[in-house]
Design a protein around this ligand. Structure first.
Ligand code: AHG
Ligand code: MN
Ligand code: MN
Length: 364
């Protein structure tokens, strides 16, 4: 039997670096540190109850709440620590920002500071962790502003407020039946599967492309009464199936781990919506721009898909705060464009003529 020769993540990164002959290698080293953090998280997740990593960080308190006002799980805290500890020492980072930390994370003064900034959601879909459903980590790499690089000063919120087009790299790890790392360094999207024997990410999915059309959508339908008209129209048309305006039947999925939905869509197409809605008007969407929407958006666009707020391309949005929330639609290009079109079209005003109402003179 001949063994198939596969690239490791390290080899892939070396190969990519050849496009930039003057590159220092710092960037590759940073990505490998991130991959190491993901491997450590994968290992903790895999031990589950045996590793005492399920549940809340402080068992005596029924629930603990993070900066987002959301319930924090023990694995959220552990994953955040793996990310900071495994990436701070290398000398490549000027600072970090995490879903779990209200303020930017400073590289300790005893360590060297570098020119990149790492922004991450250490564990996405953590409400699924206790029920053994796929979770993941999402990350984005930005360049630090020049004065930060020159002075080595502490990073502040404003340094991170860069649009998605500024991202140098983005990726996610998926802790599912297999552990995967999906990465873009701005030259397409590649998927790596963790070989548990070697402890290495192996290139298994080179140059991932998302089908432009789909008949599968993902949305939390329990929010239907809060949706805006264009979203309601889109979903109604999908549900109408073959006899409806789309003339085809649709399938629906909802895992409640955005990173797992993103991966399914990357593998076989589909569209994901967590749109802005009227459920809580203080929150313009559920998901976060800097460490959820932007990295997944870059991956989608690099794989020939599309990511949007529903109205405008996600990657063009100028962030206004570190933990900003935003409506997010991504996936198969034609479908996302259709949703954008519905948002652009004037809302059709339904005529409520009592003569034609549900029970009226002209109806039984
Ligand atoms: P996180 O676990 O990082 O807070 O993110 C959870 C997100 C996302 O992964 C998922 O799509 C969404 O929350 C699920 O929301 P619902 O509970 O409304 O379905
Ligand atoms: Mn998340
Ligand atoms: Mn999270």
């Amino acid at each position: 039997m001949t063994t198939r020769r596969r690239f490791t993540l390290t080899q892939y990164l070396i190969e990519q670096r050849r496009r930039f002959p003057s590159a220092s290698g710092d960037f590759n080293a940073l990505i490998l540190d991130v991959a190491l953090a993901c491997k450590a998280i994968a290992r903790s997740v895999a031990f589950g109850e045996l590793g005492s990593v399920l549940g809340h960080p402080t068992p005596e308190v029924a629930t603990s709440i993070n900066v987002q006002g959301e319930v924090q799980k023990k694995m959220d805290v552990i994953s955040n620590e793996y990310f900071t500890q495994m990436t701070e020492w290398g000398g490549h980072l000027a600072g970090m920002a995490s879903e779990e930390l209200e303020e930017p994370y400073q590289i300790p003064e005893t360590l060297q500071r570098g020119k990149y900034m790492l922004v991450f959601d250490p564990l996405d879909g953590s409400s699924n962790i206790d029920v053994n459903v796929t979770v993941g980590s999402i990350f984005s790499v930005l360049r630090a502003p020049q004065d930060v690089i020159d002075s080595g000063r502490d990073v502040v919120e404003a340094d991170f407020l860069q649009s998605g087009t500024q991202q140098l790299a983005a990726g996610y790890a998926l802790y599912g039946p297999t552990t995967m790392l999906v990465l873009t360094v701005g030259n397409g999207v590649s998927g790596f599967t963790l070989d548990p024997n070697l402890g290495q990410f192996m290139l298994t999915h080179p140059d991932i492309q998302i089908p432009v059309d789909t008949h599968e959508f993902a949305i939390n339908a329990s929010n239907a009464r809060f949706w805006e008209a264009p979203v309601k129209r889109y979903v109604d048309e999908c549900l109408a199936g073959k006899p409806g305006p789309r003339a085809k039947d649709f399938n629906m999925r909802w895992i409640a781990s955005m990173v797992a939905e993103a991966h399914r869509i990357l593998m076989r197409g589909g569209v994901f919506l967590y749109p802005r809605d009227t459920k809580d008007t203080s929150k313009p969407g559920r998901l976060r721009l800097l460490y959820e929407a932007n990295p997944v958006g870059m991956i989608m666009e690099q794989a020939g898909g599309r990511a949007s707020t529903g109205e405008v391309p996600m990657l063009g949005v100028q962030p206004t705060s570190l933990h900003q929330r935003i409506g997010l639609v991504f996936g198969s290009k034609n479908e996302v464009e259709r949703i954008e079109r519905y948002h652009a079209e004037p809302v059709k005003v339904e005529l409520h003529n009592p003569l034609f109402a549900e029970r009226s003179l002209f109806r039984d």
